[in-house]
Design a protein around this ligand. Sequence first.
Ligand code: G6P
Ligand code: MN
Length: 422
Amino acid sequence: MKIAIIGAGSGYMPGVIRGLLHRAGDLAGTELACHDIDAPHLDVMTRLARNMFAARGASFTVTAHTGLEAALDGASYVFTTFRPGGLAARHLDESIPLKHGVVGQETAGPGGFLMALRSVPVLLEIAGAAPPDAWIVNYTNPTNIVTDAVARTTGARVIGLCDQFAGDTEMWAGLLGLPFDRLEADWIGLNHATWASRVRLDGTELDLPRLLADLDVPGGGATPWRDPSRMVELAKALGFLPNSYAKYYFFHDDVVRELREKGTTRAQDILAMLPAYYERIDAESRAPDPDPSRERGGGEHGEFAVDVICALHRDENRRMIVNTRNGGAVSSLDDDAIVETPALVGRSGPVPLTMGPLPAPVRGLTQAIHAYERLASDAAVTGDRRTALQALMAHPFVRSKHTAERILDEGLAAHRAHLPQF
Ligand code: G6P
Ligand code: MN
């Protein structure tokens, strides 16, 4: 069996290697075709992988590729985890909208829209070049829009991933004083716009409105990924759990102010730490039993992707939260929408579980996000400028036509080199 990893020079790769080690027995003998256009980073990560596998007796073969064709040839699974244009492009995604008073946000915001315009053409190329029966296991963001574009315009089998639900469930377990490993939350909606009104402890449903009413709003503690104080404030108002990205919808103007005060983008912060990070990984990759840090992708990222591949490959019918075609699972969203929802994942792909409607207080918002995402997907596939403008006008952060025009004009100009469709 062969798994192609596209974007294997990513700083998230140590987590993927750990994920592969966890399931080394189930994937024994697999070839890992590691691809990246950044040869030095690919070199570091493939050496790390080889040495970690050797030190722990895992029987993977690691090959390194800077060309797509050889990486994809004969692959059963194509795991995509790259960012076209890298973090320099992310900086533009985050900063162009902010100039116009809008949170850029590299996935959920108009920044994510600009990223979708870059990601989709590359994913379509990969889908076209991969074996027809391969599964594309996509982490490239914005994963919902990318997955939608691939699913609707190619015959490829695709599943979209995000591990946000795992970290969010863990945060809520901590806030509610409940054991994380015994909780199961039905996060439903769209990627980075999911909501959990049903949460079970050892299979028994919790009375969330009551638990939340009793909860005090904690002070501070915000990280780039989570803001417990605002999340509790929001959950108390809603009576159910919001995804951490809900912050950008419900506290948009406060976030604009904070980002302006902060002065640097998240991309700039990461760019500043990356050279030293890769140096440490490089040194570690040469150690007898490498044990690299997971400063990037420190959560469930790698483990989750490998578990999804195992669920598909071994026909496990495992309950997992993935992005896939709705087919009526979330009744408030179109049947052909790519939704994030619990599904049983086995050989024939994810089968979404029936989840019913979205909670009323966020139903309209989530439907509006879907309308935006569909337009964004169409614009990214066709390169049609008017559709692109409509997408930004439909975006809940933007709405204003003139602001949408400015973000679009500047975004298309700034990313010209990565937008063959425009
Ligand atoms: C979370 C999201 C991912 C996103 C990442 C960004 O994990 O689920 O979709 O890519 O955060 O993290 P970063 O450290 O790059 O800001
Ligand atoms: Mn995500």
